[in-house]
Design a protein. Structure first.
Length: 833
């Protein structure tokens, strides 16, 4: 979970500021005996943080009494009459003769009541700055408070709690739908058994699990560290375990009607909620997706696999994607065969396999002992199936079926799984491997020293060609940047580190592509052609051969290698290696049989292949890949050249972002950068980047917006030169949006049965928000994905883009600083400003 809490305004400062700027308003926060609170009235807390009033959810005409943040939009955190809505505006909230706060309709029927037996006739009800509505006696005693009866939102000062002895709980309950606040199917509770965990339940069945609390964060939520979560705490008081949240920023956690937690922070600059985290990003987040002894990995296909040493319990069902029955052990444990005894042949003892970056299973047991004592504790108990250690918790062991295990791409915990000796492999084989590696390593070092000496001698003699021995070694795929052409290596890349990158020789790639035969040419990129090749082991490759006059220098080439070698995501193309020999620079990628997206959405003969459902999946896939680059990868990366021709499609037409030659790595706390060297493609470049050289993640968002509109319309952004009005696709989309004729934008190749007006309108709406003139008015990628999935229902209205006519600079032949390359790729050096 990555919380990007960059706002500098505190919770109350922001709310008070909004209050001061919002004009005159009532400041009443209390209802007293004899006062009637009608549909048009509202209460406002003393510090103007919250309001209470009547409201109708979007898409409904029913009226409810609720509490919401005092913000420009109504985001309700608590509803009184969830099960009994008003059908008109006749509702009245008041104090009854017995001192309860009640809601009545026009027929004087009580629809809701605080229902306190010990109330007094002269009690009062007040809305506090904590967001709680409280009922107080005449002596100031607290009789009832809404914060003890949570809705679907966990917010500042609220808490989840459970008392195991009494069974008393404070929990969240989802709305039935986004327009119906009645009790839904999902609840969220704090389960304090052994170690506290948060569970989401679907009608009583586990649906999501946070993993155990380790004193700072929940271990089952990746990237959730104490740095992000100042304000969360777990405490036990008088037998009740509490999870509380007290944070200075305006952040809330909402359990939506689909059972998904959505953490959002109010952004004062954009005037909207920005999603920080979503509990379900893939099916792997669903509790027990792969059954007992199964592990889920969202980066793999299929996502479920059995743990090492285990096989599917039902192979036929498993092969069809039905994983609920899980897996069973392939080889019995020694202690099981010996009825609990560990006496057997020497060297046949059970052992433990280390599984890294894991979400630990459910049903753990806990003991606070050292890490050294944890393994013997588990090993000495035949029923102990696995163990893990965390300094904040101690030793965790599992003696029941291992359920709800997930493999993370980063973060996570090392889980030690008990397996039979036969699953570990023979120790002698392991030793032999070590000896072999040691010998080979020694030979390599000696050989490297020898050839280094030869290389120096050759250079002193002024030889310009590499020695035959170097050519021979470079033909072997070897890691790092060994045996590159000396002149190139010395001048440009002596400081580049290319760990775990395979180096291909020119000869190997020439053979793989049949000497770069035109018949193997897949396409022409901005920096050179791309060829299909076949490796010696029969694997298909995509070889990108950079043209010598392409405009992409070694800097961009090495940048692409360095960036993409560190990335791994299902929606990013995978780099297999590279080649640098003299004037030749080549990149070797995984082969994409369906080529690039532009071949499908812009080619009249192919446009009908991608119907709306697949196009929408492609849009979401590109968004997920972009979110990984901006937020979830080990590096924060700005692509700077996102366009249709850089989206490749695999055999299932799943999108993969490619071409990272223009990408820039940001520091984790860096939001934007400036450059005098503008790179990218006109038509996809944001105004602030094209004109001022300033770029950020919002620059990629602009490109994504253009790409989204192109996918919907089936036309290039730059295809409007000959049209009346000379509008770009952005301008054309805005014109149709303003006229209420957005259906005219839709690609005619899309069948009417495959599209729905709501989906199209939402996508165009999001696309127009992405291409707003001002960067801060564009949503972040996580927000975009929530908008597309309808998790965010109310979208802000788009403003008219400033550049509705495409502006194409004319190259100045007298300015050598500007280089226009093929395929609309542009590299521009900006002079002094």
């Amino acid at each position: 979970m990555e919380f990007v809490c960059s706002m500098k305004r505190s919770f109350y400062f922001g709310l008070v500021l909004f209050s001061l700027c919002s004009g005159w308003c009532w400041a009443i926060d209390t209802i007293r005996p004899g006062q009637f609170f009608k549909d048009s009235d509202f209460l406002e807390s003393n510090g103007s943080a919250f309001r209470l009033g009547f409201f109708s959810p979007e898409g409904s005409t029913n009226r409810y009494v609720g509490i919401w943040y005092n913000l420009p939009r109504t985001d309700v955190i608590w509803v009184a009459n969830r099960e009994k809505p008003l059908t008109d505006s006749s509702g009245v909230l008041r104090l009854s003769e017995q001192g309860n706060v009640i809601l009545m309709n026009g027929q004087n029927e009580i629809l809701w009541s605080s229902n306190v037996s010990s109330s007094s006739a002269d009690s009062t009800v007040q809305l506090l700055d904590s967001g709680s509505l409280v009922l107080q006696g005449s002596d100031g005693s607290l009789l009832w408070q809404s914060i003890e009866h949570l809705g679907n939102t966990f917010f500042r000062k609220s808490s989840l709690s459970t008392n195991l002895k009494t069974g008393e709980k404070k929990y969240l309950t989802s709305w039935l739908t986004e327009s119906d606040p009645s009790y839904g199917n999902f609840t969220a509770t704090l389960v304090p058994l052994n170690m506290p965990e948060v569970f989401v339940w679907n009608n009583g069945v586990p649906y999501w699990r946070s993993g155990p609390w380790n004193g700072q964060y929940f271990m089952g939520v990746p990237f959730m560290t104490s740095t992000y979560l100042d304000g969360f705490s777990v405490a036990v008081q008088e037998g009740t375990t509490y999870l509380t949240f007290d944070y200075s920023y305006l952040i809330s956690f909402r359990l939506n009607s689909s059972g998904v937690f959505v953490a959002a922070q109010w952004n004062w600059d954009e005037g909207q909620w920005l999603n920080l985290w979503i509990s379900k990003t893939s099916d792997c987040d669903v509790y027990g997706k792969c059954g007992a002894f199964g592990s889920c990995n969202a980066e793999r296909d299929p996502i479920c696999s059995c743990l090492p040493g285990f096989v599917p319990k039902n192979a036929d069902e498993w092969s069809m994607g039905n994983w609920k029955n899980g897996c069973i052990r392939r080889s019995p444990l020694l202690c099981e065969r010996m009825n609990g005894s560990y006496v057997g042949k020497s060297g046949e003892e059970d052992g433990f396999l280390r599984l890294q970056m894991m979400k630990v299973p459910d049903f753990s047991q806990w003991k606070y002992i050292s890490e050294e004592d944890c393994r013997p504790l588990c090993f000495g108990n035949c029923s102990c199936l696995a163990y893990a250690f965390h300094s904040g918790i101690g030793c965790m062991t599992w003696s029941r079926e291992l359920v709800d295990i997930q493999k993370f791409s980063g973060d996570g915990t090392s889980l030690y799984l008990r397996v039979a000796h036969s699953e570990l492999g023979k120790k002698q084989d392991h030793k032999a491997t070590i000896v072999s590696v040691t010998v080979l390593g020694t030979v390599f070092i000696v050989g490297a020293l020898y050839f280094t000496l030869r290389w120096k001698i050759t250079r002193k003699r002024g030889r310009k060609r590499r020695s035959a021995s170097e050519v021979l070694l470079s033909d072997i795929c070897c890691p790092a940047a060994g045996f590159l052409d000396y002149d190139i290596y010395n001048k440009d890349i002596e400081h580049k580190k290319l760990e775990e990158v395979t180096m291909f020789s020119f000869e190997v790639l020439a053979r793989a592509t049949n000497n770069f035969d035109a018949a193997n040419k897949l396409g022409q990129g901005g920096f050179g052609p791309v060829y299909m090749g076949v490796s010696p082991d029969g694997k298909k490759l995509a070889v990108k051969r950079l043209s010598r006059n392409s405009g992409q220098g070694l800097k961009e080439f090495m940048n692409e290698v360095e960036v993409i070698s560190k990335l791994q995501h299902r929606n990013l193309v995978r780099l297999l290696g590279c080649c640098v020999e003299r004037d030749e620079k080549m990149l070797v990628y995984e082969y994409m049989p369906n080529r690039s997206l532009d071949a499908y959405i812009f080619d009249p003969s192919c446009r009908g292949i991608l119907q709306w459902r697949k196009r929408f999946e492609i849009i979401e896939g590109i968004g997920r890949g972009l979110l990984y680059l901006h937020r979830d990868s080990v590096l924060k990366i700005i692509h700077r050249d996102l366009k249709a021709s850089n989206i490749l499609l695999d055999e299932d037409l799943n999108p993969k972002i490619s071409d990272f030659g223009m990408a820039r790595i940001f520091k984790s706390n860096q939001n934007q950068a400036d450059t005098l060297r503008v790179v990218g493609t006109y038509g996809y470049m944001s105004p602030e980047y094209a004109m001022e050289g300033r770029f950020s993640d919002k620059s990629d968002v602009f490109s994504f917006g253009v790409l989204l509109l192109e996918i919907v319309g089936g036309r290039r952004n730059t295809s409007f030169y000959e049209d009346d009005g000379s509008l770009s696709l952005i301008g054309y989309a805005w014109k149709l949006w303003s006229e209420g004729s957005i259906e005219q934008l839709v690609d005619p190749a899309l069948s009417s049965s495959s599209t729905t007006p709501e989906d199209i309108i939402r996508c165009v709406h999001v696309g127009l928000l992405c291409v707003q003139d001002s960067a801060h008015e564009r949503p972040g990628v996580s927000t975009i994905l929530s908008m597309l999935s309808s998790e965010i229902v109310d979208l802000p209205p788009p403003k008219q883009p400033a550049f509705v006519e495409l502006q194409v600079p004319t190259p100045d032949p007298n300015n050598s600083a500007r280089i226009l390359s093929k395929n609309s790729v542009t590299i521009t050096d900006i002079g002094g400003r």
